[in-house]
Design a protein around this ligand. Sequence first.
Ligand code: PMP
Length: 361
Amino acid sequence: MKRIYNFSAGPAILPVEVLEEASQGILEIHGSGMSILEVSHRGKDYEAIHFDAKERLLRVLGLSSDEYTALFLGGGASLQFAMAPMNFLRTGQTADYINTGEWAAKAIKEAKRFGTVNVAATSEETKFSSIPKSYSLNSEAQYVHITTNNTIEGTEWSAIPATPGTPLIADASSDIFARNLDYSRFDLLYAGAQKNAGPAGVTLVVARKAYLEKAHDDVPAILSYKTHAKSDSLYNTPPAFAIYVVGLVLKWIEGQGGLAAIETRNREKAALVYNSLDEYPDVYDPAVTEKADRSLMNLTFRLRNADLEKPFLAGAQEREMDGLKGHRNVGGIRASIYNAFPVEGCRALADYLHEFADTHR
Ligand code: PMP
């Protein structure tokens, strides 16, 4: 099997061990004589997979199943932009949002359909090149919403902001499982699986049970967190294959030593690339101005001479490095190095950064 260095921002690289096991599961699961693609979501074979993934998800995040519940939903993280306010915000009420990038702005746009949004801080005026250091929270806010990692711009919150007395909701689509955060700081967390957690098709939602009880009841059943919590994400047919692969990824994370070990490796991987960029300030222009805000997952930069971007990408492709082109709205280069991305790939990119700079300065 050929494997190139896949720097795609998502869907993204998955561990080879997971792909191997999943390909077996496509043929047959648990000696059942049926493929994971064929089994009933009400049967015992699928149920075992479903509940194992649910338990593992909380365990990996260090959360207790007494206090938290994990849901597997459809609709991508984009549905959560609407579902969170639909469940927790009403006309006449306010929610605080911190605007750190394009995805945060989309979440804000949806929330405005349901109530008043107080943009408690924004880094838009500096093209989202850093995380705001101060914010003015509204004491009446129903919740505060943040985006823990900004996939397009390449910034991340180095520490979770304090929101005393106000529930905290987060879009963790591009950094769930990347760091050993204190996940109990969040009341509701959501993440499309297709970056760090599995294939496209399932969205992970982790919620404090006591917070879900406060959700509004005048919500269509399929869009109500309560519906999915009560039925263990089996209210309707779940994206069974995607959930199965998420379970395999979680098993892989545990086998790697959990989030602490994963974070250590992610820091080493990111440092290889960032240090190489910083060695050539006349050639490379990292997009994120404050080092503490630099993402471990999506590393963004430009070439000072924009004409060199095309040859840079072509040279990368020749070296079997794919997916380095920046998001279409911001341009430049983006190296996404999720958990499954190997350290050798970061070394290969670091070597290429040196080589390219030495021949083009
Ligand atoms: N939030 C963030 C931070 C993202 O990176 C993305 C996808 N790139 C989304 C939300 C939207 O996710 P989906 O495509 O699953 O709706």
